[in-house]
Design a protein around this ligand. Structure first.
Ligand SMILES: [Zn+2]
Length: 364
């Protein structure tokens, strides 16, 4: 998320997926949900035959189901047309890049492609049949570390700073919901290419939207969900809804603090989190923010654990900067009830203090 892309748009789609094999851990997501998906509607999906794909050279069929979705951008032009024919041309072009020298792959590397006009297309042959069956998958060539258990989706555009057009985004949400529904994949298990290998893909702008994508897909799977009633609460560390052990020090030092003081602790691999509770009025999507004083000596990656309806999600915050204001931890689906919503973990790297000061939860 930090640097500008080091991979040119052409190599990004042509071959960079092969660089740097090694599966990085995919975010700090801990899965706890059980699955009770509503059947998400099947969007229109053009098969390889419909868009006129070349024949593949030989594909590896897997009996396991995929357990995740991996989001890519094509790193092609953002000004391309939005017609069905434009979409089919794109799919054909990508297949050529992947099958021709120097790649010489068996077929399109990705399982599916979505155009800027919102057309969903099969990428690698047999991906669609597996998906409609909800059984097995064809091994992909889109992200080392996720090719045998992740469905790869190429989204047309270069999303380093530009965002996907609305038609593409809506199709992506609908299509991810269908994939999750068919394979019983939780909406939390949607990742970016860069979660697996060093790459700019799917671009900083689209990568930053993945929490929203998970939230919107979850809402579809829950049958539409619906917005919670207007609600906002601030929980300061001095409130009764805050809890931390005596290992957490108390300080009034920083002028950037929220309220009268804040709590801090040394990073250590111990289960000794500081907890913020809130009484969530109804299940739905909520924006969650934190307030902390910043200091150059504080932790560069303080883990904030969000107790979402889909399991725990960890959001790391650089507490060296950005203090004295509300900092977003993303929008998350929460269940109703009076319970812990956010924890600040001491299980952080480095030596700088982790700081717990205040959170704000607002209906999204
Ligand atoms: Zn990619």
């Amino acid at each position: 998320m930090s640097s500008s892309p080091r991979i040119s748009r052409r190599t990004a789609i042509r071959g960079a997926v092969l660089v740097g094999v090694g599966a990085a851990a995919a975010g700090g997501t801990v899965l706890t949900s059980n699955l009770a998906h509503a059947d998400a509607a099947r969007p229109t999906i053009a098969s390889c035959a419909e868009w006129g794909a070349r024949s593949p050279r030989g594909l590896t069929q897997l009996t396991n189901n995929p357990n995740k979705i991996v989001i890519h951008h094509t790193a092609t032009s953002n000004s391309a047309g939005t017609t069905k024919q434009d979409a089919y041309n794109l799919a054909y072009q990508i297949q050529g890049w992947h099958m021709n020298p120097p790649n010489n792959w068996a077929d399109s590397g990705q399982h599916f492609t979505i155009s800027r006009g919102g057309y969903v297309m099969e990428g690698r042959h047999t991906s669609l049949q597996h998906l409609d069956d909800g059984r097995g998958m064809v091994q992909g060539a889109h992200a080392p570390g996720a090719n045998s258990n992740g469905i790869g989706i190429e989204n047309e555009g270069l999303f380093t700073s530009a965002l996907p057009p609305e038609a593409l985004w809506n199709s992506l949400v609908d299509f991810c919901a269908y994939i999750c529904s068919q394979y019983n994949i939780p909406a939390t298990e949607i990742f970016g290419h860069r979660d697996y290998v060093a790459t700019a893909c799917p671009g900083d702008a689209l990568y930053a939207k993945l929490p929203q994508l998970r939230t919107e897909v979850k809402a579809k799977l829950d049958g539409g969900g619906g917005d919670p009633p207007d609600f906002s609460v601030i929980v300061d560390n001095t409130a009764g809804d805050f809890g931390a052990s005596e290992s957490w020090g108390t300080s009034t030092y920083s002028s950037q603090k929220h309220g009268s003081d804040y709590r801090f602790a040394q990073p250590e691999a111990v289960s000794d989190a500081a907890y913020f509770r809130a009484n969530i009025p109804a299940a739905g999507n909520y924006k969650i923010e934190t307030w902390y004083p910043a200091d150059p000596g504080y932790n560069a990656a303080t883990p904030f654990i969000i107790y979402t309806a889909n399991g725990n999600q960890t959001v790391k915050v650089d507490q060296r900067t950005g203090g004295g204001k509300w900092v977003s931890l993303g929008t998350h689906a929460l269940t109703a009830g009076n319970k812990s919503v956010v924890a600040v973990s001491r299980w952080a790297g480095g030596s700088g203090y982790v700081v717990a000061d205040a959170i704000r939860v607002t209906s999204a």
